[in-house]
Design a binder for this molecule. Sequence first.
Ligand code: GLU
Length: 313
Amino acid sequence: MRKKLVSTIMAGLMGVMLAACGSAEAKEPASTAEASTEAAPASAEATGATEATSESDGAESEGVSEDVQAIIDRGVLRVGVKNAVIGFGYEDPLTGEYSGLEIELAKALAAKLGVDVEFTAVTAATRTELLDSGDIDCVLATFTITDERKESWDFTTPYYTDYVSVLVEDSKGITTLEKLVDATVGVSSGSTSAKSLVSAMIEAGVISGDGFDPETFDPATWTEGIKFQQYDDYPTISTALSAGEVDAFCVDKSILAIYKTEGRSYIDAEFSPQEYGIATKKASGLSAVTEELVTALLADGTIDSLIKENGLE
Ligand code: GLU
């Protein structure tokens, strides 16, 4: 079941469009299966960015690849986004409106292609399978670029760098990596979090790291000085933290923010830079289009402005 509410947005210069993007959006429950669609400006200028590139800076002149043409023909770009990461991908529970840096980048990408944009809420556990299956065209969902992931998907140049941290209930008295030794930590399946935490604890000298191999590391079997419980989504980890099922909740700070409620604190450690990129199918035509978009928006200061506007400095 999918409700669509399409509105027209004034087309204009890309930077102006980004600042002005405030269209009505479909009200949707937060679910991985549902999506909302909104219009992106279908200006000749936007379409021309991929199709008639000879008029622009000449960076892409060969015409449109098959996968990009399919999106143009469909008239909708399907983007996997987060729905509970304020400032990145957040769906207002009352209005169903999505906002954040990644939402604006998705709108800009759709505008470049001259199509509407449809958001599908994804998690760390679902985003790659939805991309692989073709349910979504790209992932713009706090997706950290890693060498291992680059073997399976294409990533753009990073548009943001976050860090990993750990959230605890104050009552536990865990304030440092040292005090986290022997704790059980909740992490999301499919995330970089557990490996980042183990690396940070080894670096800080609080665990020995015997048997640690980044290539083969598995959170499910790691027991040297720290244990992990894996969950499918973040609300479930937050509930597990309240219930005392886990002692701590580890993930990127941007994601933790919404769960830092009264009586909870971050421990005194920020580690493992997480560079976020747009992910697309390997060697797809869309990979080139996303890279072009991100590099252009980095170069002209748009991404910097969006970072400021979304309170992500
Ligand atoms: N950014 C991290 C990752 O890509 C944390 C997981 C997430 O984005 O939900 O693994």
